[in-house]
Design a protein around this ligand. Structure first.
Ligand SMILES: *Cc1c(COP(=O)(O)O)cnc(C)c1O
Length: 365
């Protein structure tokens, strides 16, 4: 199987996904430059951190009052956000497995976790959301990877207007850097790198603003535990030296900087246009096919980066096998929807050609 999967295979899986096409070359250079061997307290590593941070700021338009910290995963960031930004009450918009897990973490950490939940395949309408007074933190998943539901950026703005005093946390794991986020609309945003950035897993990226810093300091002053090493104050004091509290995933941080630089060279506008093109192509193919349809009914809630399709009249596995025979690995449905859905990742590394090939293949099936 390994030899069959080798080389020309495209991984249109939502995560891990296909490596960005420059990663292999960057890896070779990283080994030559001893990126895994240098001290994480050295000038050389501090320069790597500074480079990665600067490239991310440019790519995503991150303003100065947002800090960029690194963790082990996005899953870890769910926990850190709850520990650092919420002493009692969090409110969660739940519409799939990932948003549900964020909510579950809050309960496990013994917060008073409230949720507003809609059925799988549906998104949210901001005017229907009612966050009770006394809530500290609103948690939402901008792109729910399990169902392919997205939250339009205008809705982030509406929620911000409606709840200016809430801290708002945005899970952008399977959308960043595609959305042109306005950083005034939330206080913290995070992602991991094995999705849209096309990198090996094992690195979470946590962006938080000065309101988050103030909240964490306030909780600490009141005697709340913020956790141990990855607290906002500890991350921040290390960031001031371009360092991390622990020995971090230096290779991951290095590769992220290199790929972000490649994406900047390509231009975020071009990347967004290509993403839109590929998404339209795939949704169009789903409309044409008698046995396929978009899982998300509301067009404005359809994710551009994770396209989820219902398969009628035959097992989804048939289509997965058909694509695999053409060296295209498509994601299966999530959880209970495994047998009846396809999930197609649409990330910067996925070419227009592979999308055209997959659309043709599906249409001919
Ligand atoms: C994949 C994913 C996560 C978890 O990311 P890890 O890197 O596995 O921790 C969280 N949220 C969303 C929306 C995801 O797609």
């Amino acid at each position: 199987m390994c030899t069959l999967l080798f080389m020309a295979t495209s991984f249109l899986t939502p995560g891990p996904s296909e490596l960005y096409y420059t990663v292999a070359d960057h890896l070779k250079v990283a080994l030559r430059e001893h990126v895994c061997e240098i001290s994480h307290r050295s000038k050389a590593f501090q320069q790597i951190m500074a480079h990665t941070t600067a490239q991310l700021r440019e790519l995503m338009g991150v303003p100065d009052h947002f800090h960029i910290a690194f963790t082990g995963s996005a899953t870890e960031i769910w926990e850190r956000i709850l520990q650092n930004l919420c002493a009692e009450t969090s409110f969660h918009l739940v519409n799939g497995s990932f948003s549900k897990k964020f909510y579950d973490f809050a309960r496990q950490l013994q917060r008073k976790a409230l949720k507003y939940e809609v059925p799988l395949g549906q998104g949210f309408w901001p005017h229907e959301i009612d966050v009770p007074a006394g809530t500290e933190l609103l948690c939402l998943t901008q792109n729910e990877t399990s169902t392919g539901v997205t939250m339009p950026l205008a809705d982030l703005a509406t929620l911000r207007q409606k709840y200016p005093h809430l801290l708002i946390a945005v899970d952008a794991v399977s959308s960043a850097p595609y959305p042109a986020f306005d950083f005034a609309q939330f206080d913290t945003l995070f992602f991991s790198v094995q999705k849209c950035f096309g990198l090996p897993a094992g690195l979470g990226v946590w962006l938080f603003n000065d309101r988050c810093v103030a909240k964490a300091e306030q909780l600490a002053a009141q005697g709340h535990s913020l956790g141990t090493y990855h607290t906002i104050p500890s991350l921040l004091s290390n960031l001031q030296k371009n360092e991390t509290p622990e020995t971090p995933n230096m290779l991951g941080i290095y590769l992220l900087g290199k790929v972000a630089e490649d994406l900047n060279r390509r231009g975020i506008k071009t990347i967004r246009q290509e993403t839109d093109y590929k998404a339209s192509l795939m949704y169009h193919a789903l409309e044409q096919h008698p046995q396929l349809s978009a899982f998300v009914g509301e067009p404005t809630h359809r994710s551009r980066t994770v396209v989820v399709a219902n398969v009628l009249g035959r097992p989804a596995a048939d289509l997965l096998a058909l694509a695999k025979a053409q060296q295209i690995i498509v994601g299966s449905g999530y959880g209970s929807l495994k047998d009846s859905q396809l999930r197609i990742a649409n990330f910067p590394t996925h070419s227009k050609e592979v999308f055209e090939k997959l659309a043709d293949l599906l249409l001919a099936s």
